[in-house]
Design a protein around this ligand. Structure first.
Ligand code: SF4
Length: 204
């Protein structure tokens, strides 16, 4: 299994934390400390053990793009695909993951969060894809140069979502098991990560 239910979408879970055990190469001190993945109280529905995450990661690393795409097609079942419900894009696999996302973009909306700028940059103009770049304490340049920016607030557990420099949402998804927003609701009403995006493919 490569995906699991998450925020009314199908989430891709890779091992969290720093390499070599985790995939979060760009993790910061704060995110390692507060990441909801480590919370013992994490929603019962979305606790995915390390073994399953590692198995999914190994599959992505060892299998060719078309095999992974077909497997994801069998699994997402008309839902949104959410990238990195835990972990991140492993270093050196940005191109491969971007290819997978591109293959699937005509048939399913995709969203999620990454700290991997290279992956983010591969997908800035992909229709139907709303991958956010997570940056803590973004500089003025970060704001100006990043169309889809996510700024986590570890105190509130919310994530500020900026689309084209406009604060469009404070994400309160069930991702940490405490809130009720979900990605399908956002997609259907064109808010959150999907702000301004409609099903006919129009963006912004
Ligand atoms: S803002 Fe909406 S679409 Fe984005 S992660 Fe949060 S719940 Fe999902």
């Amino acid at each position: 299994m490569l995906t699991y239910n998450f925020s009314n979408a199908r989430g891709i879970f890779f091992p969290a934390g720093l390499p070599p055990d985790g995939t979060c190469f760009y993790a910061t001190e704060a995110c390692l400390k507060y990441c909801c993945i480590y919370k013992k109280t994490l929603s019962h529905k979305i606790i995915i053990g390390y073994e399953k995450k590692k198995k999914a990661l190994d599959y992505f690393i060892t299998q060719p793009v078309r095999v992974i795409v077909n497997k994801l097609r069998q699994e997402y079942n008309n839902k949104i695909l959410y990238w990195f419900a835990s972990g991140d894009c492993p270093l050196g696999y940005e191109k491969k993951i971007a290819q997978i996302i591109r293959h699937l973009s005509p048939e399913t909306p995709q969203n999620g969060f990454t700290r991997n700028k290279k992956l983010y940059n591969f997908l800035t103009n992909e229709k139907n894809v709303r991958l956010m770049l997570t940056i803590e304490k973004p500089s003025f340049e970060d704001f100006i140069n990043t169309d889809r920016l996510a700024v986590p607030n570890y105190k509130t557990g919310l994530v500020d979502i900026y689309i084209k420099q406009k604060l469009v949402a404070k994400c309160s998804s069930e991702s940490c098991g405490e809130f009720e927003d979900n990605c399908t609701a956002c997609y259907q009403s064109g808010r959150g990560c999907f702000y301004g995006m409609f099903k006919n493919g129009l963006s912004y």
